[in-house]
Design a protein around this ligand. Structure first.
Ligand code: NAP
Ligand code: MG
Length: 398
């Protein structure tokens, strides 16, 4: 069989631990036999990031921007234990944080739905997509611990030297302080990315913050969303028969639990961090959740929503064939290849991506799955396989 050709390359970002192991198997069994893969490869394994002082991470972000499409394996965000485990020079920043900042993107997370895995929230009938602003707030904070009483102030020095100050608190004793920020430009990109996504997927867009309490900070988010919507999307949304809805974050949380899904939930950075894990877990499994980072200028980076599955990796190192679920990693690849095909106008590559997704879902729906899904499948699994056997079955079906 002649392999499917690719016109342009995608940036491939390899990662760590169990996901790195599966990444290799997926390429070997599901991609290379069918597609003449064109990639620019970057090793984002922890040691390689540390050795290059993160030069490789910045180079990979540059490649995603240049090529327009990237696919990323899960990576370790280092902590002290990892410094010892890998013999690192020091703590390295989160590679996802670096790439998100470079692309100024919004992360969209969407559950992968199969008929025999039901969400734990029984009213969810359609995928609930979560859009997470990936810039600023507590992820780019400045914190301070203070040892005793004193006056805490917020000070802004404008370019022309004008100083604005406000008292945060007359501290009566020791405590902690935190400064956070966001930028109008980034909030606008976030709003645009969400409305654009809603329109392209024909989904209502819900956005929530806490503007009743945070009148200036969260109030700005609310204002900008409304302004971008009124100026650029209101008419197009009406034509598409979809709506934009703003409410308070606690109100959305309550409504989501009673709703059938099928809308985009736009979240500020922290809300998105927390709520995406809730949505993933309640949708069935963390391993059935895709994640795509979309920049305002239309650059796409696809990945799995889960981490490197460290616990499974240690079993693998002891020689065990683990039953780690590779579905979100497979969908990261199909997402990237389908986007590449769309940009390049290569119909056979688009068709391949679609068939690989179908083969994966059909395998699960036939009752053949990994252990994580077997715990929640209804009807129960017919066969529970390790990752290698499961990937082989998908390959056979493909
Ligand atoms: P994790 O890798 O997401 O795994 C947490 C647990 O979720 C696993 O122990 C496993 O549960 C279950 N799980 C996740 N993915 C699974 C899969 N594909 N198949 C089956 N079960 C799955 O999170 P972690 O172990 O807390 O973090 C490990 C490393 O990942 C950390 O170093 C962290 O920095 C990194 N991380 C990276 C990213 C990213 O690159 N995007 C995101 C998050 C975390 P059981 O053990 O119960 O089977
Ligand atoms: Mg999280």
């Amino acid at each position: 069989m002649a392999k499917i050709a690719m016109k342009n390359a995608v940036a491939e970002l390899d990662g760590d631990e169990m996901t790195r192991v599966l990444w290799g198997v997926i390429k070997e069994k599901l991609l290379v036999p069918f597609v003449d893969l064109k990639v620019e490869y970057y090793d984002l394994g922890l040691k390689a990031r540390d050795d290059s002082d993160d030069a490789v991470t910045y180079a990979s972000a540059e490649a995603i921007k240049r090529l327009g499409v990237g696919v990323k394996c899960a990576t370790i965000t280092s902590n002290q234990a990892r410094v010892e485990e890998y013999g690192l020079k020091g703590l390295t920043p989160s590679p996802n944080g670096i790439i998100r900042a470079e692309l100024d993107g919004t992360v969209f997370r969407k559950p992968i739905i199969v008929g025999n895995i039901r969400p734990t929230v029984s009213c969810w009938k359609k995928p609930l997509v979560l859009g997470r602003h990936a810039y600023g707030d507590v992820y780019k904070n400045c914190e301070m611990s203070v040892g005793g009483p004193g006056k805490a102030e917020l000070v802004f020095t404008a370019k022309d030297g004008t100083v604005t100050r406000k008292t945060i608190m007359e501290m009566k004793g020791p405590g902690v302080l935190q400064g956070i920020h966001n930028l109008d430009a980034s909030i606008e990109s976030f709003a645009r990315a969400c409305f654009y996504y809603g329109l392209s997927e024909k989904m209502d867009v819900w956005f929530a913050s806490k503007d009743t309490i945070s009148k200036t900070y969260d109030g700005r988010f609310k204002e900008i969303f409304q302004r971008v919507y009124d100026a650029e999307y209101k008419t197009r949304f009406a034509e598409a028969g979809i709506e934009y809805f703003y409410t308070l974050i606690d109100d959305v949380v309550a409504r989501v639990m009673k709703h059938e899904g099928g809308f985009l939930w736009a979240c500020k950075n922290y809300d998105g961090d927390v709520m995406s894990d809730m949505v993933a877990s309640a949708s069935g499994s963390l391993a059935m959740m895709t994640s795509v980072l979309v920049s305002p200028d239309g650059i796409f980076e696809y990945e799995a929503a889960h981490g490197t599955v460290q616990r499974h990796y240690y079993k693998y190192l002891k020689g065990e064939k683990t039953s780690t679920n590779p579905v979100a990693l497979i969908f990261a690849w199909t997402g990237a290849l389908a986007k590449r095909a769309e940009l390049d106008g290569t119909a056979d590559l688009a068709d391949f991506a679609r068939r690989l997704e179908r083969a994966t879902l059909d395998t699960i729906e036939s009752g053949v799955m990994t252990g994580d899904l077997a715990q929640i499948a209804d009807p129960p699994a017919r066969e529970i396989l390790d990752s290698w056997q499961f990937i082989d079955r998908i390959a056979a079906r493909l």
